[in-house]
Design a protein around this ligand. Structure first.
Ligand SMILES: Cc1cc2nc3c(=O)[nH]c(=O)nc-3n(C[C@H](O)[C@H](O)[C@H](O)COP(=O)(O)OP(=O)(O)OC[C@H]3O[C@@H](n4cnc5c(N)ncnc54)[C@H](O)[C@@H]3O)c2cc1C
Length: 328
């Protein structure tokens, strides 16, 4: 399984995204086991200077710098990648499991007749075999998949599952000029629409009190709001709270919501589904209050309170008020 591991670099609005370094970290781990070369591929306009940074994480950086690649267009990306893969024959191509990757990877796999596993949370080479871990049944079970055909195998990698490491490689940078058949490009980039920033930006808050289905009723939200206010924080939530229309979408934490990294994250009545965990696990201090001792949220919490939140939160509020009074 020697040869090349290729990683498609993901960047948006001039920024290299974290998932790129997560994939490159994983690729480097595998390359040591398989004596493979790690090759990052960056497509875009004026991206040559980003290649310098990528060279620390790769043995080679392939740069395709073209005006037509200024914005992501899956047709152009696919044509360009197809040419690179056919010519260089990697055994593995890693693509981010993002809105870009989810669109691009399956279509590329069909055109290259390559096997694909999407939304991988881990991968390894065991006894010379490529093994991939995926979560199934909404994260309740793990499936270990042996990918037999690797010429190449295409994997999309979930964001936030690999801890990126600082690497000190000195990969060479190669600029490619693959020809793009404009006639075959059916899609046209029109406009980049950034997600609206609501009146409260939970991504920049130091303290977040997040509520889940355990809050039970909309009328109980002011209780959590008061706790957030006393701690100088903001209120956020899990997805069901948004689905019920109790809080706006910009308060949702998780894979289809916001990613937050506050100093303090208090989870009230949130079970800890992986889609939620993805958005908050890098918080500095996580405290969970849940009456179910087996709730998965406790696996990522620094402190856990197994109790009814309607007993704990009012007591906490009283205690904070008392301490504040003493301090003045
Ligand atoms: C494609 C997709 C994307 C998704 N994206 C997201 C996302 O971005 N963010 C997200 O949050 N979810 C997301 N989800 C939903 C996710 O799978 C879970 O369904 C959701 O996170 C569960 O929310 P919850 O923890 O509030 O509710 P539940 O899982 O119902 O948990 C409620 C918890 O409250 C506890 N509880 C109940 N009463 C009390 C009480 N009185 N005191 C203390 N604890 C109590 C219970 O023990 C339970 O653990 C997504 C799902 C899919 C399929």
């Amino acid at each position: 399984m020697m040869g090349e591991i290729q990683v498609l670099v993901e960047h948006r609005l001039g920024e290299l995204r974290d998932i790129t370094f997560e994939m490159l970290t994983k690729a480097c781990e595998l390359s040591e086991k398989t004596s493979s070369k790690v090759v990052s591929i960056i497509l875009g306009k004026n991206v040559k200077e980003k290649a310098e940074k990528l060279s620390k994480y790769s043995d080679e950086v392939l740069v395709v710098d073209d005006d037509r690649l200024e914005y992501y267009n899956s047709d152009v990306y696919q044509m360009t990648l197809e040419k690179i893969v056919k010519e260089r024959k990697p055994w593995l191509l890693m693509i981010a499991h993002t809105s870009y990757g989810i669109e691009l990877a399956p279509s590329l796999a069909v055109s290259l007749n390559a096997p694909i596993v999407t939304d991988c949370i881990d991968l390894n080479v065991e006894d010379g075999k490529l093994m991939v871990i995926r979560q199934v049944y909404g994260g309740k079970l793990y499936a270990k998949i042996h990918v037999k055909k690797t010429d190449p195998a295409i994997l999309t990698i979930r964001q936030g599952v690999v801890q990126p490491k600082e690497l000190e490689k000195h990969g060479k940078i190669n600029v490619l000029k693959p020809s793009i058949d404009l006639e075959a490009v059916k899609k046209k980039f029109i406009e980049y629409v950034a997600p609206a920033v609501g009146e409260v930006d939970i991504t920049s808050a130091d303290v977040i009190v997040a509520i889940g289905r355990g809050i039970k009723d909309k009328s109980n939200i002011p209780l959590a709001e008061e706790l957030a206010r006393l701690l100088g924080g903001v209120l956020a939530c899990s997805r069901p709270i948004v689905d019920k229309g109790w809080l706006p979408q910009d308060r949702q934490v998780g894979s289809s919501g916001k990613t937050v990294k506050p100093k303090l994250y208090i989870a009230l009545g949130i079970s800890g589904a992986f889609q939620h965990i993805l958005g908050m696990k890098n918080s500095q201090l996580i405290i969970a209050i849940n009456k179910d001792p087996n709730a998965p949220i406790f696996n990522v919490s620094h402190y856990g309170v197994v109790e009814d939140l309607f007993k704990v939160v009012p007591t906490l509020i009283e205690k904070i008020k008392e301490l504040k009074k003493q301090a003045t």
